[in-house]
Design a protein. Structure first.
Lengths: 176, 401
């Protein structure tokens, strides 16, 4: 589903909102800028030859080496990726989209990076985005209900971030 | 005030009908685990349902970032603990997809047999507990009687009764014991006629039909929009089963097997089984249809397991030795979904080239299936909530991970 021709076609339509692609990976992916994600998703769902009507999963990956030695060797800068897995019930094909962002908004630690929510395109995204917010600390703007879903409401931190540290104490319960 | 009750037919007057908040759970027996539902009701009518979960959350995904794929297998057991074999398979195949490893033929058929038995066991629990949800206790005992026999078979194959860790990247931890397939065939022969009992107890039971037919009707568009999968999706009449429509690495397992996707198409279910007809009260996409799809899948799994045993004996190669505990993973990332009893379980693996994954992610089918309960329960009666939640057949261990 994601040959070079398809990427070119998207590039032509959305211009610099398609920021890159990796076609060598086992599941090839297409990179989209945060401000273009809703527009691109709407197109992918509504265009009848693509018809990506099913959203499998929304997740994110945190790229950060907490070890300085390893960080020096890494071939990437610290960043966070939101990954969308799409599927088409009609054509039985799938697609991976990625949004790549800095780990903190404006490089201020504690300020969560922001992506527009696609909950208006697929209802699945509602809970999946809440989970990403809860565990990885990505703020989905225009989300109908941006609350934690798995951790308690008053939990501090986002556990799946690589630099996360378990709290010492939570309501009198020893953490570590 | 007395002047207001001149009319003798008026017994009550000035009744306030405020909205009420009702808390259901987290230990309500019909919530299938520790799920808490906050209901906003107007009398008996639900106006809003807010599920609260996370009581079983242990962040298995974070644990996966510190273990090799083979070491993470026991954690996948504990996600959907009612179908742990199918969970093992999902993660094993994801790892194999990244490694571009092809298990031997015998291992493939072994996996089919085991996973189809796992599917039967899971659907039996789903069926039995659904009976309890609706106030009928005996089907539960009937279901567990047969499930026990499947657990005995699993115990003989791998030593565990609930958390198996049997299917691992590479194949399985051991070959099936001598004489196991014979016992399995005997079980299947004994089990097949028993299904008629379940149909008498529940499927065609007048009370059961009254409680489930035309309740919680989900349109196909809604089912797709909310990302539901498995029997919940097929109960809405969408013919989609990853065993047929999935990725090649998964469908290769079922290559050459004769089976049809169980979903109502043009007003009919596949005709190759002997099963009771659809009652006229039932509407496509309601609780009854979701239950019915599950029951038909049990019959189909029996068929598939039989085919698997035949092919297993015909295969001459090994059962697939497990890969080394610390196998170096190539750099890259893969996502794979498999058809588990509850729905499509997806695993996402990101590797940075070492033996430990950089990121593991489990996309839970029950998680997406449960998300549909908010719109589904709106406007129904409180008594219908167990019927709707039960028909989604969720497992909290998988939702909370």
């Amino acid at each position: 589903m994601s040959g070079q021709a398809f990427v070119d076609q998207l590039n032509k339509k959305f211009g610099d909102k398609i920021s890159g692609a990796n076609l060598e990976n086992l599941d090839p992916w297409i990179e989209v800028t945060p401000d273009g994600i809703v527009e691109v998703c709407k197109y992918l769902k509504e265009e009848s030859s693509l018809a990506f009507d099913y959203l499998n999963s929304v997740t994110a990956v945190d790229y950060l080496h907490t070890d300085a030695k390893k960080a020096a060797k890494a071939d990437w800068e610290p960043h966070i990726e939101v990954v969308y897995h799409l599927f088409s019930m009609q054509h039985k094909h799938s697609l991976v989209l990625k949004v790549i962002m800095p780990r903190w908004k404006d490089d201020q630690e504690g300020k969560l990076p922001e992506v527009p929510s696609v909950a208006g395109v697929w209802s699945t995204a509602d809970w999946h985005e809440r989970e990403v917010y809860d565990l990885l600390g990505v703020n989905f703007t225009d989300h109908p209900n941006m609350r934690r879903i798995l951790c308690p409401e008053d939990w501090v931190g986002h556990p799946l971030r690589k630099d996360y540290e378990m709290p010492l104490e939570y309501h009198g319960i020893r953490g570590r | 005030m007395s002047s207001l009750i001149d009319d003798p037919r008026v017994i009550e007057f000035d009744v306030r009908t405020d909205e009420m908040l009702v808390n259901m759970g987290p230990q309500h027996p019909s919530t299938h685990g520790v799920l808490r539902l906050a209901l906003r009701t107007d009398g008996e009518i639900i106006s809003e349902v807010t599920p609260h979960m996370g009581y079983l959350h242990r962040c298995a995904e974070k644990i996966g970032e510190n273990l090799t794929p083979r070491q993470w297998i026991p954690y996948t057991d504990r996600m959907d603990y009612l179908a742990a074999m199918n969970m093992n398979l999902g993660w094993a195949l994801t790892t194999e997809k990244l490694l571009k490893y092809e298990p031997p033929e015998k291992a493939r058929h072994l996996r089919v047999i085991i996973c189809e038995l796992g599917r039967i066991a899971s659907h039996l629990v789903g069926m039995g507990t659904y009976g309890i949800d609706l106030g009928s206790f005996s089907p539960f005992l009937y279901a567990f009687r047969e499930r026990e026999k499947i657990l005995d078979l699993f115990e003989e194959a791998c030593g565990a009764r609930l958390t198996y860790s049997y299917i691992t990247p590479g194949g399985a931890t051991a070959d099936l014991p001598v004489g196991w397939t014979q016992k399995c065939l005997e079980f299947l022969d004994q089990f097949e006629p028993v299904i008629a009992e379940y149909h008498t107890l529940l499927t065609t039971n007048a009370i059961f039909i009254k409680r489930t037919a035309n309740i919680g009707v989900m349109s196909p568009e809604m089912a797709i929009d909310f990302g539901t999968s498995g029997p919940v999706l097929r109960g809405s009449g969408i013919s989609h089963d990853l065993r047929r429509d999935g990725e090649e690495i998964y469908t290769a397992m079922y290559d050459g097997y004769a089976f049809e996707v169980i979903a109502q198409q043009n007003g009919h279910y596949p005709k190759d089984h002997n099963y009771p007809p659809v009652p006229k009260e039932a509407v496509l996409g309601d609780c009854w249809h979701r239950f019915y799809v599950r029951m038909l899948e049990v019959m189909q799994s029996i068929d598939l397991a039989r085919q698997g045993i035949e092919r297993y004996h015909a295969a001459t190669d090994g059962y697939g030795e497990p890969l080394k505990l610390k196998t170096k993973l190539p750099k890259g990332e893969v996502y794979l979904e498999t058809e588990c009893p509850k729905g499509q379980m997806g695993f996402y693996l990101v590797s940075d080239g070492s033996d430990i994954p950089w990121r593991t992610r489990a996309r839970s089918s029950s998680f997406s299936n449960l998300s549909v309960c908010e719109p589904l329960c709106r406007g129904c009666l409180i008594a219908d909530i167990p019927a709707i939640i039960g028909s989604l057949d969720i497992v909290m261990g998988e939702i909370d991970r």
